[in-house]
Design a protein around this ligand. Sequence first.
Ligand code: ADP
Ligand code: MG
Ligand code: MG
Ligand code: MG
Ligand code: MG
Length: 645
Amino acid sequence: MGLLSLGTPLPWDQAKLLAREVRQHGIEQFLHIWRNMKDRQKDNLLWGDEIEYILISLDHKNRRARLSQRGHELLSLLQVEENERLTNPGRPGEKPELEALWRPEFGRYMIEGTPGHPYNSTVDELVNVEANMKRRREIVAENMTEDEIIVSIGSYPELGSADFLDPPHKPNGQFLRSLFLPDEVVNPHPRFRTLAANIRERRGAKVAINMPIFHDANTPNPFVDPTIPYERNLFPEDSEAKKGAALPDHIYMDAMGFGMGCCCLQITLQAPNVDQARRMYDQFATVGAVIMSLSASSPIFRGYLADVDCRWNVISAAVDDRTPEERGLWPLAKDRFVIPKSRYGTIDTFLGSSDGHFRPEYNDLPLAYDKDIYQHLADSGIDDLMAKHVSHLFIRDPLVIFEELLDQDDSVSADHFENIQSTNWQNVRFKPPPPNSPIGWRVEFRPLEVQVTDFENAAFSVFTVLLARAMLAFNDINMYIPVTKMDINMQRAHSRDAVLNEKFYFRRNILGDNKLPESESKPESQLTSDSEEDVVEMSANEIVNGSLEFVGLIPVVQMYLDSIALDDAVRSKIDVYIAFISGRANGSIMTAAAWMRNFVRSHPAYKFDSVVSPEINYDLVIVLDEMARGKRLVPEMVGTGGSSV
Ligand code: ADP
Ligand code: MG
Ligand code: MG
Ligand code: MG
Ligand code: MG
């Protein structure tokens, strides 16, 4: 999310009346961008990461760790220099570039940091990534008090448990109406609480998030959560939990904050042109689940060990604003579409490109899309797949509308387009250039869980960038699988120890299915359908490291690295990152999720009943902080490379 608009966000009953207007203008804005930018060529492969941190305050006397609401104040300190430069930019080159940029996130205790400017396109610069990430942590630390730490994991273990917030507040806020989360956990900018309230109102109920409980030796079976205040009677929504929203054997959560309060690592990459951006989008969509399983760092929710390792489904359910009609529970009467997935989810349709690898059968989900918008885009010269993509995004309503910003000049603004685009939270995002900017066509890779240490965050970022470069260098790379198989992969990637135990659908042969030179594409009539053997099930290890049957993603990256001239020192540093990714995939290095689960289960206070007590949580976050600051080496989770660089 970029800088936030200021103004008055409309409540849902008013916003919904303006949805059509926002969509209409959003489409005109997209068309302006398309016409002006579609022929852009030769943009550099600039890229940048986003890391989300949570601020924790420690109460050493009572051995308690709590989420600190001071995150929001800390953020304004971190932004002082950037804001100063907005008003007083100075002459070019006069001031050193900012090392980092800081952005708000949904949680008041959250902070998002990115490099001060995107990384350039050279492979050499990849060795600077980790240092910048470490610098970011130092900059935050310079602004913290003695009893504060920041940690980076997918889900904060105690979010929504009895005593998790500093200062404490009762969960009785109008916006979330949660049984567990007070409104005070939400970033105070009005955008965020309106987003939460409007999702709830549009849905017609609170969101219902249920993650399977990890059944340990002493966990009651079935597990019925004794901490849910079933009988509370403060809001009409309070009765939902006992009427079936809270499932047995699950950890029940009832507010947007449980999802958007999670943290992730995202990577945005600029492509040379729109066609290559479409290629990157499709390929990254299919590899996402496998790489997410390697990055798992979310084994605990609301004080309980879960039987999953990843956060993705929690966020998906946390922002699921679909009405009962849209969810297919009631026949369509008022609403326009049955929509199979939440607006946070995997993509539903590939974009295709001129490489000739896409086949219509890969888009095998019945696609909900706005037929009028599709027709308008098609009449304006947009190709079928791009028109489907955009008219599919535009089945959603804009959730937050600022009255002051309604009136825009569609030839220079992308606000209305971005309103819909930026609340379609998918595993990959196709980012068109902002109007009148030097920025080109970009793709954002979004499934990764954030890592505890910057060595790991750098390793995943570097590996992602190298995959993108290999994709661009080898036009033959073809990783298409049908969208429905990609969805299955994403679900499998969640499960506990997925990296060790699951199989993922993948293309058996990702190189050289199609030996066409770069600019040619096959006419559709010459395409043969995939046969059964083209898409097979493999373990994460086979997919990442390769096997007798399959080349492997790492060997492809190495082929790319071998094909370019690289300084020995650069190559050996990159090899350390690759060795780490390889170790995660072959199971010799544990995920953070597996490590945290072990930590809890070997803690003397753990009763083997799935409960992660505040005392265990305190000990856990202290160790996580020590790891992040290099004060404690945990080779079983980070490998040995983390200490040598
Ligand atoms: P959002 O939250 O919308 O995904 P952010 O602005 O928070 O976007 O982060 C975007 C990332 O993209 C940052 O890491 C930034 O450095 C990077 N970035 C900025 N400009 C470009 C560009 N032209 N090409 C690729 N990446 C870029
Ligand atoms: Mg961001
Ligand atoms: Mg973010
Ligand atoms: Mg987030
Ligand atoms: Mg992002």
